[in-house]
Ligand binder design. Structure first.
Ligand code: DX5
Ligand code: ZN
Length: 224
């Protein structure tokens, strides 16, 4: 399938979010990635449903909402109403993971399950058929601009193998430290959706996105 780039607004100028989202849309991003942090599951605090609602009004692109919060089940309805296309919850933060995933789907949103770098894949294997996407973190969540953790790559390969073995359409996403230098190995490992924040928002957005897209197509330049 076509590889997709989800631009993480964590590295955007928060004073001009609507303009920033429109700028990366015009520059060729496929999705917008919104990082929600609660100061508990991760040390940082970012945005809530009202900002997600503002983002959804500013762009036509799918809105990929990554919840880095404790007990995310408490808030999935708020984020669904705010206009999320996909909602990602961390397996580490859900006592009843399957129930939360079902709730997201019942709300008409695509469920995604996320894993921290140190969490083994077996945590999500039982729900692989129930989610639209698996997100494997390639940094410890909480901040943009951190260094890519290459030791996650074997887990990414294993996840690709399991998805294919089961004949599922589940997408495989990575998030953290993605840039033109790290993306080719991720592409080879079978990643479908690449989240990038600092590699998109530092410098010229169009050039940055072109460079990342060239590297996520396993080195083959796209025609557009
Ligand atoms: C980190 C967030 C990421 C972050 C990635 O916890 O989940 O989405 O924006 O930033 P970069 O691409 O700069 O590593
Ligand atoms: Zn994220």
């Amino acid at each position: 399938m076509k590889k997709l780039l989800s631009a993480s607004i964590l590295s955007a100028d928060f004073g001009r979010l609507a303009d920033e989202v429109q700028a990366v849309e015009a520059a060729g991003a496929d999705w917008i990635h919104a990082d929600v942090m609660d100061g508990l599951f991760v040390p940082n605090i970012t945005i809530g449903p009202c900002i997600v609602e503002a983002l959804s009004k500013a762009t036509k692109l799918p809105l990929d909402v990554h919840l880095m919060i404790e007990e995310p089940g408490r808030y999935v309805e708020n984020f669904a109403k705010a206009g999320a296309t996909l909602i990602g919850v961390h397996a580490e933060a859900c006592v009843h993971l399957h129930r939360v995933i079902q709730n997201i789907r019942e709300l008409g949103v695509k469920p995604c399950v996320a894993l921290n770098p140190a969490t083994p894949l077996c945590m999500v294997e039982p729900v692989l058929p129930d989610v639209d996407m698996v997100l494997l973190m390639t940094v410890n969540p909480g901040f943009g601009g951190q260094a890519f953790l290459g030791n996650v790559v074997p887990k990414i390969r294993e996840c690709r193998r399991k998805i294919d073995e089961l004949g599922l359409a589940t997408l495989l996403q990575v998030d953290g430290g993605v840039n033109p230098a790290t993306a080719p190995q991720l592409c080879q490992a079978g990643v479908d959706v690449f989240v990038a924040g600092s590699a998109v928002f530092n410098g010229n957005y169009r050039k940055n996105i072109e460079n990342i897209k060239a590297s996520i197509d396993c080195g083959v330049k796209s025609k557009s």
